[in-house]
Each structure stands twice: as structure tokens, then as C-alpha cells.
Design a protein around this ligand. Structure first.
Ligand code: GDG
Length: 467
């Protein structure tokens, strides 16, 4: 049955990806499993309560999947061809918008064909969403792949209440203005009743752009759009399922796994940890060089200290990511061969996916967590470490350029481009007296506990109702 056959919902989430992964059993039977992740965890209960629907791409090209019910809500798949995956997803989303929105730390590529496909795919998402919505439904559109959907949807269904949330930074106007299709994207976002950003800086960058590039009236955080509706623009810092992570990290299985992992690493006295998608925005080159120099200068002792760096495979079909992977392999190899350990490398580098419980075991172990992106919308790894490191004496070295730095002011904040300062800060995080570390760490725990992901979702949806 298709969504247009009558199955309509009063609460609809629209995201590039569906919240489910396909699993094929040994006898070839296909079923769908909820994908792990904060957003899905936070929204699933709401979806069930409101008889919701989730519109998104199932993740494989050239395949049509019929809508189906999953765990008490509707799943509405949007199909993409191989060409569309290349041009809309790998192209315009990940090689134009992603670098542009992250301070152009890699060069954004502008191609007209990619833009046209982005527009076509956004229209398909909007049409599919319009079909899935009951009269006056609430729709929540997620992220940079779908920035044209709010306005397209409003044209198709003016009765809907439309929210949009951007998970990545919104760049300063001087950078944004490079985008040949800047006007269309601004108007696309303004189709929403409420546009949310991770931090107030993103919201003000956007409002400045609206003032500069459109004729719409801006008063405080509201834009009067020419078709007569108001679009409110605010910050909603996203978070994690704090309680869920604490329970996971304290479970006997995770505690046993962290003991095993420590033994596997050669029972070092001190563990530094980095966990990132392998992405050029995450500052891996700078971080690994800084730690490598600390080992080479003898400030860190490879006999007693290990730097465990996890890099999760990501966007492997995009050229810039292939280059990054090779660079990091070589860099780690060079450092490990020059700083002799005791039969184990100084840097334990793992380019692989891990289960959530292994991640929690790693967070448990880390004396110092290094989160040093060059630019990041929020960075949930920083918050996950704070939840999962259940000892009071953790230390978080955090980039000033991660959205999380606005809330986690008691972290050891660094400019990731300043290698010497980063090295000094890492040493301070390792050597500060225990009471200093734990006061700061416990303050950050309270902060994350009091603003977990369900607060974030509820606040956004309450505001959406009210605007
Ligand atoms: C975007 C924005 C914003 C990583 N490796 C594994 C794994 N992970 C999980 C982490 C964490 C998530 O992936 C990564 O989240 P981040 O927030 O760090 O970064 P992005 O993927 O770039 O996310 C970001 C976020 O959206 C939310 O709005 O914070 O700024 O860029 O949850 O734990 N999980 C598992 N295995 C791994 O190997 N299971």
C-alpha cells in the first residue's frame, strides 16, 4: 500500500535516511531493524504516541520499497537512482554543502547538474511527505540534504505546521554567499514555521543573510515571509540519551569489555581516546600530529601511555575522504615507527565500526578524551564521553569550534589549528590535580544530564506548536 492510499499521519519526520536498516536472515528473509542513534531513540516514542510517519531513503540505490509499519509507526521510503545518489547525496550534499557549511575546510565544488538533482530529489521528498500528512499535521524536516523541502511542502500543503532543524553549522555570510544557489536555499528554509540551528551563532548568521539577500522583514527572531507566514529562527542545541548511555556504560557487560580492552592495549597506565567519523572536519590530522609530537618529545611515555583513535568509515565513495584515509594511515604509520613502544604501538588506530557497547567501554577507559574538530555543528561524542565515563575524574579536551563548547565551558578548550596550544592543553588535562579535574567533569555531567535529547525534541516541538 502506498502512503497515498489513505494512510496519513498527524506527525511526520522527514530525513535523508530512514530510521531502519534492512537485515537479511540466512534463509533470505528480509526484515527491518531500528538503526541505533540519538535522533531515532528520541523520536520513536513520539512517533508511536502520535501515529507518526518517517519519510526517508532506505539507503540502497535503484530500489523501490513499499511503505510499511514498523514498531507502531509508518515508514515511507523515497527511492533514489544511482545517478541521484551520486549527484544529490555524494555531490551536492557532501561535496558542496558539507564543506561550505564547515568553514570551507575542504574546497566546496559547485556543479549545476548536482544542484538540479538536489532540487529534483527535494521535490520528490516534499511530494511523498505531502501524501503522508493528515490535515494540519506537524512535519519535522531534518538537515542539510533537504533544505528546499520546507518551501516546496508549504506550496503543496499550506495547512501543515513545518519545522526544520539543521544538524551542521550555518556558516558566516561571507562564505555562504559563494553558493550560486544561495537565494533558493534561503527561500527553501523560510518555508518552515520554525527553523532550528545548533547554536545561536548559526541562527544569527542565517538572519543576517535573510536581511542582506531578501526583501523579507526581519524583526528579532522572526521573518515575515512575503506569502504571509512567519518563520521563527532559533537555536536548539541537540544532545544524547543521557540515561540510556549511563545505564549502558554501567552494565556488567560493558565493564567486562572495558577490562578486556585495557588488557588488549597492554594495560597502559594512561589512555587518551579519539572517536570520530573519518571526516576532514573532525581535525584528525592536527590531533594526531599534536599527540605524535608529545610522544616524540618524551612528554608522553609510550611505555605507559596509549592513544586509541577510532575512525569510523564514512562517505567512502567521495574522493576527499579517500585521500584523508590514506593521509591518516601514513601519518599514524610514521609516528608509530619513530616512537618505539614496548611491543605495542603508541597510537592504536582503528578504522572500523564498533557496537554501541564497545564505544561505551572505550569511553569508560579514557582518562582524557580528545574532541578537536575544525568545525562541528554540535559533536555528540563529547557528550557521550561525559555520560559514559562513570568515574568522576575524566577530562575532555574540546575544540572551541564544536557547538558543544558553548555548553561544555568547563572542558579543556582548544583552538585545533594551534598545535602548540593543543599540546599544552592535553598535558594540562593529564596532569591537573584530581579535584580540579573532577569538579569540572561533574559540572559537565550535570549539564548534559539536564539537557538530554528528549528535552531537545520536546522543546523544539512545543515551540513549533506555539509559533
Ligand atoms: C552530525 C553533525 C551533530 C561514531 N563511530 C561509531 C559510532 N559513532 C556515533 C557516535 C555519535 C555519532 O556517531 C557521531 O555524532 P557526531 O555528533 O560526533 O558527528 P556527525 O556524525 O558529524 O553528526 C554533528 C550531529 O549531527 C547531531 O546533530 O552533533 O555536529 O556533524 O553518536 O557515537 N557509533 C557506533 N559505532 C561506531 O563505530 N555504534
Amino acid at each position: 500500500m502506498s502512503a497515498s492510499d489513505g494512510q496519513q499521519s498527524s506527525f511526520v519526520v522527514v530525513a535523508n535516511r530512514l530510521p531502519v536498516d534492512r537485515v537479511t536472515s540466512e534463509d533470505g528473509e528480509v526484515s527491518w531493524q531500528t538503526s541505533p542513534g540519538g535522533l531515532v531513540t528520541a523520536l520513536e516514542p513520539l512517533m508511536r504516541r502520535f501515529g507518526g510517519a518517517w519519510v526517508g531513503w532506505p539507503g540502497s540505490a535503484d530500489e523501490t520499497v513499499d511503505p510499511f509499519e514498523h514498531e507502531g509507526y509508518q515508514v515511507v521510503p523515497v527511492e533514489l537512482s544511482t545517478r541521484e545518489v551520486e549527484e544529490y547525496y555524494e555531490g551536492f550534499s557532501n561535496s558542496t554543502l558539507w564543506p561550505l557549511y564547515h568553514d570551507a575546510v575542504a574546497f566546496p565544488e559547485f556543479h549545476r547538474e548536482w544542484w538540479e538533482t538536489y532540487r529534483d530529489v527535494n521535490l520528490r521528498f516534499a511530494v511523498r511527505t505531502a501524501e503522508a500528512c493528515a490535515p494540519n499535521a506537524t512535519v519535522w524536516v531534518q538537515d542539510y540534504q533537504l533544505q528546499l523541502v520546507p518551501a516546496m511542502l508549504r506550496r503543496l500543503r499550506p495547512d501543515l505546521k513545518i519545522g526544520f532543524f539543521l544538524h551542521i553549522p550555518f556558516p558566516p555570510i561571507e562564505l555562504y554567499e559563494q553558493l550560486p544557489w544561495r537565494r533558493q536555499i534561503i527561500e527553501g528554509l523560510l518555508g518552515a514555521d520554525l527553523v532550528g540551528f545548533q547554536v545561536p551563532g548559526g541562527a544569527s548568521n542565517f538572519l543576517r543573510l535573510v536581511r542582506r539577500r531578501t526583501e523579507h522583514q526581519v524583526r528579532s527572531d522572526r521573518v515575515s515571509v512575503e506569502d504571509g507566514h512567519l518563520c521563527t529562527v532559533r537555536a536548539y542545541p541537540i544532545s544524547i540519551d543521557y540515561q540510556g548511555f549511563v545505564e549502558l556504560a554501567e552494565s556488567p557487560e560493558v565493564l567486562a569489555e572495558s577490562a578486556e580492552l585495557r588488557a588488549e592495549l597492554g594495560n597502559p597506565e594512561t589512555i587518551l581516546l579519539g572517536v570520530d567519523r573519518l571526516d576532514y572536519t573532525k581535525g584528525l590530522r592536527q590531533r594526531i600530529r599534536a599527540v605524535g609530537e608529545l610522544f616524540a618529545e618524551g612528554k608522553l611515555d609510550p611505555e605507559t601511555t596509549v592513544f586509541l583513535q577510532v575512525a569510523t568509515p564514512s562517505r567512502e565513495d567521495v574522493e576527499e575522504y579517500q585521500k584523508l584515509r590514506n593521509d591518516i594511515d601514513q601519518l599514524v604509520g610514521r609516528i608509530n615507527s619513530s616512537v618505539g613502544g614496548v611491543g605495542r604501538p603508541a597510537i592504536s588506530y582503528r578504522h572500523a565500526n564498533f557496537s554501541r557497547s564497545t564505544m561505551a567501554a572505550m569511553y569508560q577507559l579514557a582518562d582524557v578524551m580528545l574532541v578537536t574538530p575544525l568545525r562541528d555543528g554540535m559533536n555528540l561524542v563529547a557528550k557521550e564521553y561525559i555520560a559514559c565515563h562513570t568515574k568522576s575524574s575524566g577530562a575532555l579536551v574540546l575544540s572551541e569550534f564544536a557547538g558543544a563548547a558553548r555548553e561544555l565551558k568547563r572542558a579543556y578548550l582548544v583552538n585545533p589549528y594551534d598545535l602548540d596550544a593543543m599540546k599544552d592543553t592535553i598535558m594540562r588535562a593529564l596532569t591537573d590535580p584530581e579535584p580540579v579535574r573532577s569538579r569540572a567533569f561533574l559540572a559537565m555531567k550535570r549539564k548534559v544530564r539536564d539537557n538530554s535529547i528528549d528535552h531537545w525534541a520536546n522543546k523544539f516541538l512545543q515551540d513549533l506548536k506555539a509559533v
